[in-house]
Design a protein around this ligand. Structure first.
Ligand SMILES: NC(=O)N[C@@H](CC(=O)O)C(=O)O
Ligand SMILES: [Zn+2]
Ligand SMILES: [Zn+2]
Length: 436
């Protein structure tokens, strides 16, 4: 048994949390727990459920030079993420039994728990995928992005039906390439805003509408990945789907290209400041279900190319919760909203019934933070293989301690906790597949 004493929860309650470390579960939450066994004095600091990041690209197998399960999951743990959901655009793509099994072997190196999604290409093998502990189907690409896995509508419909028969959620990358602005293609390679002009907001809204229509016909559970526009969010919600927003679409806009260049290129692209604000409002008021990072690392060398040649994607798994906690510190979001967006809602959307909340009986996936300890984000301080961040110089509130099923996997070495004697920043890589 381990007790975290004097913790403050997102709703303001001051509690002790008792952890059954052998079961990895929360044994009790209350104010008058008896303190037998080990204990940590939280000294009034904030205790949050670990973030469930429903959208990461940890790049193995195939692209270990960009990220590995080890570096990606360390970055996750240091950012307060205790579960990640990995996407299928690896090499080989995760579309059949052999590729799933291969990825599952790499994932054993993970410091945090994980789900592995199955992908869809014309060669996919749904039976083999669903036979395995696949968390969800997706991201299913309705347009090409990194990995060129864009598929036609007929195959999408088939995939949605197959996933629904197997009780899997379908995560969709919703852009319609027919609505991309080909004229923008003529802009020069150093006009970085051309990427946003090319992959239009209309292309997102139209694809979301189509995806939720097809989903409704099949009675499917559709989850729209990385919605970047208020139109995309509204179309998803009106069609009965759930949706996620990334930190980059929440905190960056087309106005940041001057600073970011191709390091601000991703799919869907950055939008106008006006659209960014409208998306932020929908996150703050609870319309948006989830904040997920779409952590998509590429090396500096790869990114350092013309706007038409650079790969799409930015890292984000370590900075998402810190950026949101900074917004809460500034009272632009409530702590309860941050908790729901990062933990309770992703647990509900992906059926992770034993995760996402600080309640008796649930898994002890926990993050302890000093809510006032805001600091500048520096790429060189982060733990991803990707040594840059699009959020350089912005402020974040980083965790001091991250626990996965009762195991301390990360602690900030400058934070002192009586009762914790982990040596160094990271302890053991205890990550497991959330589907067993
Ligand atoms: N978002 C991106 O721009 N890139 C992602 C793929 C994706 O999520 O579309 C990647 O894997 O690099
Ligand atoms: Zn995508
Ligand atoms: Zn993605």
């Amino acid at each position: 048994m381990l007790t975290i004493r004097n913790a403050t929860l997102a709703d303001g309650r001051e509690v002790d949390v008792r952890i059954d470390t052998s079961a990895g579960r929360i044994a009790g939450v209350g104010s008058t727990l008896t303190h037998s066994g080990d204990s940590i004095d939280a000294d009034g600091k904030l205790l949050m459920p670990g973030m469930i990041d429903a959208h990461v690209h940890f790049r193995e197998p195939g692209f270990s030079h960009k990220e590995t399960w080890e570096t990606g999951s360390r970055s996750a743990a240091a950012g307060g993420v205790t579960t990640v959901v990995d996407q299928p655009n690896t090499d080989p793509p995760t579309v059949d039994g052999a590729s799933f099994d291969r990825k599952a072997e790499f994932a054993e190196a993970s410091y945090v728990d994980y789900g592995i999604n199955g992908g869809v290409t014309p060669e996919w093998d749904p039976e083999a995928l669903f036979d395995r502990p696949t968390l969800a189907l997706g991201e299913v690409f309705l347009a090409d992005s990194t990995g060129e896995m864009g598929i036609e509508e007929d195959l999408f419909r088939e995939a949605v039906e197959a996933a629904t028969d197997e009780y899997r959620v379908v995560t969709v990358h919703a852009e319609d390439a027919d609505l991309f602005d080909e004229e923008a293609r003529e802009r020069a390679g150093d006009d970085y805003d051309a990427w946003s002009a090319y992959r239009t907001a209309e292309a997102e809204a139209a694809a979301v509408e189509r995806a939720v229509e097809i989903g409704a016909e099949a009675d499917a559970r559709i989850h729209v990945a990385h919605t970047s526009t208020p139109e995309g969010v509204d179309a998803a919600k009106a069609g009965g789907a759930t949706c996620e927003v990334t930190p980059h679409h929440l905190f960056l806009s087309r106005e940041d290209y001057d600073e970011l260049g191709t390091f601000g290129r991703m799919n869907p692209p950055l939008r106008s400041e006006q659209r960014r604000e409208a998306v932020f409002e929908r996150v703050a008021d609870g319309t948006v279900d989830i904040v997920a990072t779409d952590h998509a690392p590429h090396t500096r060398e790869e990114k350092d190319a013309s706007v038409w040649d650079a790969p799409s994607g930015v890292p984000g798994v370590e900075t998402a919760l810190p950026l949101l906690l900074e917004e809460a510190r500034k009272e632009n979001l409530s702590y309860e909203r941050v908790r729901d967006l990062t933990a309770a809602n992703p647990a509900d959307v992906f059926g992770l019934t034993r995760k996402g909340r600080i309640e008796q009986g649930l898994m002890a996936d926990l993050v302890l933070v000093d809510p006032d300890a805001s600091r500048e984000i520096r790429g060189e301080d982060l733990h991803s293989k990707c040594d840059w961040t699009p959020f350089e110089g912005m402020r974040g509130v980083f965790p001091e301690l991250t626990m996965v099923r009762g195991n301390v996997v990360y602690r900030d070495e400058s934070a002192e906790y009586e009762g914790i004697d982990a040596d160094g920043e990271f302890a053991e890589a205890v990550g497991e597949n959330v589907r067993g």
